[in-house]
Design a protein around this ligand. Structure first.
Ligand code: BGC
Ligand code: NOJ
Length: 807
């Protein structure tokens, strides 16, 4: 069952009903100001940090679900409704929400009035624009009132939900010329404020929530829109909001447009007052003036579309498979940009108050956006590497505002260091910017401890070697990629963090996954060293990688698949001898990616075991059999009910590792099947089962042990986005940048037929035409001449290179 459809031409997903199984959301913003908006108008916005600079309030866990956002209400002769359907839930004659690239357009019609609200954040402007178009679709003249509404958050989102004894006395606003200014805490230590204005004369306004709603009322009972008359209230403490009343008259067929602007502005600390107690408003006035006429709003919207045209031009595919085209060309890349901007902070599953930027998450996210915004990838790399410690380990997280490591969580996640190598390698391959390796980068943000980025990578590479256990495999520490495999934590108290509790220092718990990562990512370090002329270091690295492959083959192989780990007592985790959790997905994918067992059949055997024991029609589960009891020596993974999250859920992040591994052993059809299973556009028709947005990946789909098998959770902010883009663009479609040229090595299901990838890299354009045959090993013709191997040498900037791949 579907609740909408893709409009590929417009790069939009069109939701045709308010009654989706869950709020289906979109993101606004590309640089510093961001908003989340659901298809029924719910959500909130913030400047840079979803916790510390939140402009509007949102209540997670609320009922009715997703109530609260930017609402436009119409009172048409006593009939009160909203184009977003919520909050009133008044039935509409027409409803449609179009989520596009950085914008959302919500349209509702009732009783001969059509109202369309376009929400976007203009490029380079710290504001949300709400352009409202009202049309009289009836054959009689219409007169009605339009009310805007949003509720201010008292800036720090966590404080806003906890500190009522203070907060209910501090709210302050100003209203000048119909513009509403939110200035809570501005009188003391804040030098920033918000403004919500509109480019038309207002018939009234409200800034006090109790006046607008009526005390005790929900949003749907809002007193002012029902009365059809604003209260002109000025908030003093309690709950500041912003609402404008516009009285509108429309002839039959006539349309009128209004632009509302919600802006974030800062002043200098010593120049912030216009007169005592009155905000200096130059910035706000300038902002509102920019949107004084609707044509400038249209121009800003056109700029946003151009911004996305440019971004999405560097990798495109044309094939006969619409789902493939729309995922690769539009939605997967879009989601990669959103994860770049948000990391794991603000979604409808992440409150924006919890996690900062993860070292491992941000390093992996790089893989999905490095081709879109290479300069910003460079900056991100330096930020991440600056939070590394001198011994190669790293703060597990850092804060986006300060870019400093998070002390509460600290370090000790022993997979972290290697991901940095992977991210940097992807950047260098994309750009050819080897100079980044000479950049001086601090350790622990301490400039006095700076060393070159290459030196950071050396320490990353050495870390798993220096922290190796009795089988020569890397020690796991608090956890590896799987945050829930906590072999040193032994947590018994409810509520304590599984990751940071205890952390015994037995020095025995080892991770086969980190070993596999070392074998797969280590060669990138060797390649970089070699290209810098350090042959001795390259050879040292290659020797260490060979030794690690041997350690995996000797101690990480269980007979039919790769083991997962050795626990605190040195017992096998992920072996036939275990009752539950006999086989785990991560080492099957990564050890094959690391080249273990490619020659002696282990790789294929491991992948066959995945197919037999872990695969389902909804994706590959993380482990099997699911744990049914809590194991203190294994940690959080066993805390989840069977089939959910890391305990045998379909964790979409590491499905692409198996996809890539399958392409490495040449099994195109399996790789392709696994891709389609979890890719949202192919799941659109089962939206009632999947329940979340059919245009973006979710972190998890409930596994076969769960009663809700096939149901997704945690959409948007997940490493699934970047890894699936890597899998489909680089391994299935088979076009990936390397250090000296563009590798063309397709391995995709025969049903895809003929396709063309257009790839822009280092200033040149490559048009790669492939006929999919369900096999690997295509021969290449470059500009009409057959070449040896599968690397197309980089051409000078400006060139257009024609590549034909045939089997
Ligand atoms: C989740 C993991 C997540 C971790 C973050 C756990 O509860 O299951 O997916 O990485 O929290 O701390
Ligand atoms: C989500 C976390 O953000 C990520 O860092 C981790 O690897 C996965 N969960 C798996 O536990």
């Amino acid at each position: 069952m579907q609740f909408g459809h893709f409009d590929d031409e417009a790069r939009e997903y069109v939701i045709e009903t308010p009654h989706t199984p869950y709020p289906w959301i979109n993101y606004l913003g590309s640089q510093e100001f961001f908003g989340l908006v659901s298809h029924t108008g719910g959500g909130y916005c913030f400047y840079r940090d979803a916790k510390l600079r939140r402009l509007t309030r949102y209540r997670y866990n609320n009922i009715p679900v997703d109530d609260g956002g930017r609402y436009f209400s119409i009172n048409d002769g006593g009939d009160v409704w909203s184009p977003s359907y919520r909050p009133y839930k008044t039935e509409l004659d027409f409803f449609e929400t179009r989520h596009g690239m950085g914008y959302t357009r919500i349209t509702g019609e009732r009783g001969g009035v059509r109202a369309s609200v376009l929400l976007f954040v203009p490029v380079g402007i710290n504001a949300e624009v709400h352009q409202v178009t009202l049309t009289n679709t009836s054959d009689a003249a219409k007169q009605f009132s339009l009310f805007s509404f949003l509720e201010f958050n008292l800036w720090n989102a966590e404080d806003d939900q906890t500190n009522y004894q203070r907060n209910l006395s501090i709210g302050e606003v100003e209203v000048v010329d119909g513009a509403i200014y939110h200035k809570t805490e501005y009188r003391e230590r804040r030098n920033h404020y918000a403004v919500y204005g509109v480019n038309a004369p207002v018939a009234g306004f409200d800034t006090d929530r109790d006046t607008y709603l009526g005390f005790g009322n929900g949003f749907h009972e809002a007193a002012v829109p029902h009365a059809g008359k604003a209260g002109n209230s000025v908030a003093s403490g309690w709950y500041p909001i912003a609402s404008h009343q516009l009285d509108v008259a429309l002839e039959p067929g006539e349309s009128k447009q209004f632009t509302f602007v919600l802006g974030y502005l800062e002043n200098d600390a010593d120049d912030k007052w216009e007169s005592p107690g009155v905000i200096k408003k130059d910035g706000a006035r300038e902002l509102l003036a920019r949107f004084a006429d609707n044509a400038s709003t249209d121009a800003e919207f056109a700029k946003l579309n151009e911004y996305w045209d440019n971004l999405l031009g560097s990798y495109t595919v044309e094939s006969g498979d619409n789902e493939l085209n729309r995922m690769v060309n539009i939605w997967n890349q879009y989601q990669c940009m959103v994860t770049y901007n948000m990391s794991r902070s603000a979604s409808f599953f992440e409150t924006g108050m919890g996690r900062g930027m993860g070292f491992r998450d941000s390093s992996q996210d790089l893989l999905g956006f490095v081709h879109l915004v290479p300069e910003r990838a460079r900056e991100r790399i330096i930020d991440i590497a600056s939070t590394q410690f001198e011994d190669g380990s790293a703060y597990h997280q850092y804060q986006p505002l300060t870019k400093r490591g998070n002390h509460t969580l600290g370090s000790g996640f022993n997979d972290d260091p290697l991901w940095l190598i992977l991210g940097v390698a992807a950047y260098v391959k994309e750009t050819g910017d080897f100079a980044i390796l000479d950049e001086m980068v601090p350790f622990d943000n301490d400039e006095s401890k700076a060393a070159t980025l290459m030196e950071h990578l050396r320490r990353s590479f050495n870390h798993p070697l220096e922290k190796a256990g009795p089988h020569g495999l890397p020690l796991i520490g608090r956890a590896d990629w799987n945050d829930c495999l906590n072999l040193n934590c032994f947590s018994t108290e409810p509520g304590e963090s599984f990751q940071t509790t205890g952390n015994k220092t037995g020095g025995v718990a080892e991770s086969v996954l980190i070993a596999g990562m070392f074998c797969a990512i280590g060669p990138e370090y060797a390649a970089l060293a070699r290209r810098r002329g350090d042959e001795a270091e390259a050879q040292r690295a290659e020797k260490a990688i060979e030794d690690m492959r041997a350690a995996v083959a000797n101690h990480g192989w269980d007979g039919e698949w790769f083991r997962r780990a050795y626990d605190y007592y040195g017992n096998v985790v992920g072996g036939a001898e275990n009752e539950d959790g006999q086989i785990w997905i991560e080492p099957q994918g990564y050890c094959v990616m690391g080249g273990v067992g490619l020659e002696d059949g282990k790789a294929v055997k491991a992948l066959d075991s995945v197919r037999e024991r872990l695969n389902t029609p909804h994706g590959i589960v993380l482990l099997n059999p699911a744990y049914t009891e809590y194991h203190v020596e294994l940690g959080e993974v066993t805390s989840y009910p069977p089939g959910y999250k890391e305990n045998a859920g379909i964790f979409c992040h590491n499905n692409p590792w198996v996809i890539i591994a399958e392409t490495m052993v040449g099994r195109a059809e399996y790789a392709w099947e696994y891709y389609k299973q979890i890719t949202p556009a192919y799941r659109e028709e089962i939206s009632e089962v999947h329940r979340l947005e059919p245009y973006v990946y979710a972190q998890m789909i409930a596994g076969k042990d769960a009663s809700r098998h096939g149901e997704a959770k945690n959409s948007w902010l997940t490493g699934t986005a970047s890894w699936n883009f890597v899998a489909v663009s680089q391994y299935l479609l088979g076009v990936r940048p390397d250090y000296d040229g563009l590798i063309v090595d397709p391995c995709i299901g025969a049903e895809v037929g003929e396709y063309t990838v257009t790839r822009q890299v280092r200033g040149a354009t490559y048009k790669v035409t492939v006929t999919a045959t369900g096999t690997k090993g295509a021969r290449l013709t470059v500009d009409g001449k057959e070449i040896e191997g599968n690397t197309v040498p980089y051409a000078p900037a400006g060139s257009v290179v024609e590549v034909v791949a045939s089997v």
